[in-house]
Design a binder for this molecule. Structure first.
Ligand code: SAH
Length: 376
């Protein structure tokens, strides 16, 4: 019998069991091939697990009735299916929901569900904090912390589906019908983890969100845009917000690295564009900054020849923000100018402003609550 040296601290808690959530299909097969009780038929076992995890939303191996009791028990000893902790869950008066997730290392990120009558989009975060420092974005004023892992992004989808009661994954009408990679962070600075998470989300035998229902938004990391098209084929959104390099350099500093002309070329080259599959250009309406009719005119010129639509986003204010939102009349005139040039230009109604869930507002509240709690 081994005796413990008395000077060594004794670990009182069991090490956490590894989670199966966030493994790719191939990784799950490999995991089962190495897992003794399932090793004889790893592909079949992986497929069964995939179904229970991603189509049925199982949080417990005991529910997996297509597996033998012995295997279920062995899996439960070895693995975990738990979601990250939901540190805060808020519901807006307009039905928008926001989850603040706390991960194992204590870091937090938010996801937002925006319901429509018979469908809805989940806005998924890709990083804790952001490095881009866009001047109008509250997340950008907060500290950069780290990339989210694949399981942490997949868990955002699983938790939303848990809350919405959408297990087993409904075939048609469902409130989580779309994913927008528009939460905190720049997804193209975390491409590998994002790509892996989206492949899991797109799997037909699991979460089943097709690539036509997924939109990835970038501030313009030009060299990564072709890979989004080639490897994921999802819809692309570009946070444009300005029509000259002079202004865009100031409000989206990433523009100094990848100026507008290069960005537009990457958009023109994006594979599979058509009238049915257009690029969305996001344009935040900032009073007296980018909202003149000459800007609208230049925008029409810039987008000529690209299957495009423009989302005009009324600026969502936050404490200390150096901008104001354009007036309703100015936004309408801007939108009318684009429409007259045959550019579809819906004005995006802000959703969930009362719970700080609107664009550019994420994590601001949790950050403030934390500061208040620590007396900072
Ligand atoms: N980094 C990616 C993903 C973030 S998406 C990107 O930049 O596209 C979040 C969207 O909300 C972006 O279009 C962003 O520019 C916009 N946004 C940020 N702050 C905002 C604010 N205060 N009001 C309105 N829109 C804002």
């Amino acid at each position: 019998m081994a005796t413990l040296p008395s000077t060594e601290p004794i670990a009182l808690t069991e090490p956490a069991r590894p989670s199966l959530i966030g493994l790719s299909r191939d990784e799950l097969v490999a995991e089962m091939a190495a897992f003794a009780p399932a090793a004889d038929r790893p592909k079949l076992r992986a497929r069964q697990l995939w179904h229970w995890i991603y189509a049925q939303g199982a949080t417990d191996f005991s529910a997996m009735t297509t597996l033998s009791r012995t295997l279920r028990e062995a899996l439960a000893q070895a693995y975990d299916l738990a979601r990250p902790e939901v540190a805060r869950h808020q519901v807006s008066t307009d039905g928008t929901q926001k989850w603040l997730l706390r991960f194992a290392d204590g870091n937090e990120a938010e996801s937002v569900h925006i319901p429509e009558s018979d469908r809805g989009a989940l806005c998924v975060s890709s990083q804790v904090g952001c490095t881009l420092t866009c001047r109008f974005c509250h997340t950008g004023t907060q500290r950069w912390v780290r990339n989210l892992t694949t399981p942490e992004m997949v868990a955002q989808v699983m938790i939303a589906r848990d809350s919405l009661g959408e297990w087993p994954t409904p075939a048609d009408r469902r409130l989580l019908s779309n994913i927008v990679m528009m939460g905190m962070g720049e997804p193209l600075y975390n491409f590998d983890n994002v790509a892996k998470a989206l492949h899991i989300a797109m799997d037909k035998e699991g979460l089943g969100l097709s690539k036509r229902r997924i939109t990835l938004s970038t501030a313009g990391v030009v060299p990564m845009i072709p890979r989004v098209g080639r490897e994921l084929g999802v819809r692309l959104a570009i946070s444009l917000h300005a029509v000259t390099d002079e202004l865009r350099d100031r409000i989206v500093p990433l523009n100094r690295k990848y100026p507008i002309a290069e960005l537009m070329q990457a958009c023109r080259d994006y594979p599979g564009l058509s009238n049915a599959k257009r690029i969305t250009f996001e344009y935040v309406m900032l009073k007296g900054v980018n909202d003149r009719l000459t800007d609208a005119k230049a925008l029409v010129g810039l987008l000529a020849g690209i299957p495009a639509k423009v989302n005009l986003i009324p600026f969502n204010p936050w404490p200390g923000a150096p901008f104001e939102c354009s007036s309703a009349a100015v936004i309408t005139a801007f939108a009318d100018h684009l429409s007259a040039a045959n550019l579809s230009a819906p004005v995006r109604t802000p959703r969930g402003r009362d719970i700080l869930a609107a664009c550019g507002q994420l994590r601001s509240m949790s950050e403030r609550v934390r500061k208040a709690a620590s007396g900072g």
